[in-house]
Design a protein around this ligand. Structure first.
Ligand code: SAH
Length: 214
């Protein structure tokens, strides 16, 4: 049977997001509009609306929908921001962020995934304000800095200093910090030159590679 994607998507919004406390209507409608199944390789497409991470090849995953929504919510975007996403994967979270902010730069270290993310964004028409760069995002993207918001979709022991340096003042960053297997989702707020950090959730992300990663 061919799944009715729009129905699956609405169920995901209701059961996985709204019921768990995601309140920002802009995020809920962005995720209701974006065809998540089109950001998932054909062989895993039937899992597109599952309540967990789904493999996308190269040992990587597309994050659980709730985690994508939570991270976007923690960034408190209002529409005018310039956003950096580290770890684009197949580009789904970048597409969501693109609906919530003015501009998104999404960096992906695996060349084939960066290419797939680019194709997915183009095919779904969500590309115009999202650029996908292939490179080591643990060093940020100095050419585009400063960023009003930074979302890191891979875990490391610490927040790479380059990312804090490229965060605008005021600005917000979310990132999983911990060991290889388990992390806490940190929310960092920069304001008046001061950094404040808190833990928003426990989480499990793939490891951040590159110079500022594992
Ligand atoms: N944002 C994705 C999640 C992708 S998983 C989503 O939409 O759900 C995290 C991704 O980070 C993987 O694709 C991995 O290859 C990438 N990654 C790991 N270390 C990186 C680094 N240093 N720079 C850029 N990307 C990195």
């Amino acid at each position: 049977m061919i799944p009715h994607w729009a129905v699956e998507r609405r169920k995901m919004i209701e059961m996985q997001l709204r019921r768990r406390g995601i309140r920002d209507e802009r995020i809920l409608s962005a995720m209701e509009e974006i065809p998540r199944e089109q950001f998932i390789p054909p062989e895993a497409r039937l899992s597109a609306y599952e309540d967990g991470p789904v493999p996308i090849g190269f040992g990587q995953t597309i994050s659980q929908p709730y985690m994508t929504a939570l991270m976007a919510e923690l960034l408190e975007l209002t529409g005018g921001e310039s956003v950096l996403e580290v770890g684009a994967g197949c580009g789904y979270a970048a597409a969501v962020l693109g609906k919530l902010a003015a501009r998104v730069v999404a960096i992906e270290i695996v060349p084939a995934l960066a290419e797939t993310a680019r194709e997915n964004l183009e095919r779904t028409g969500l590309g115009p304000n999202v650029s996908v760069i292939c490179g080591d995002g643990s060093l940020g993207y100095p050419e585009g800095a400063p960023f009003d918001a930074i979302s890191v979709a891979a875990g490391a022991r610490d927040i790479p200093p380059a990312l804090l340096a490229q965060l605008q003042d005021p600005g917000r960053l979310v990132m999983p910090v911990g060991d290889y297997a388990d992390q806490e989702l940190r929310v960092v707020a920069k304001r008046d030159g001061q950094i404040q950090s808190r833990v928003a959730a426990l989480c499990r992300f793939v490891p951040l590679r590159g110079e500022g990663g594992f």
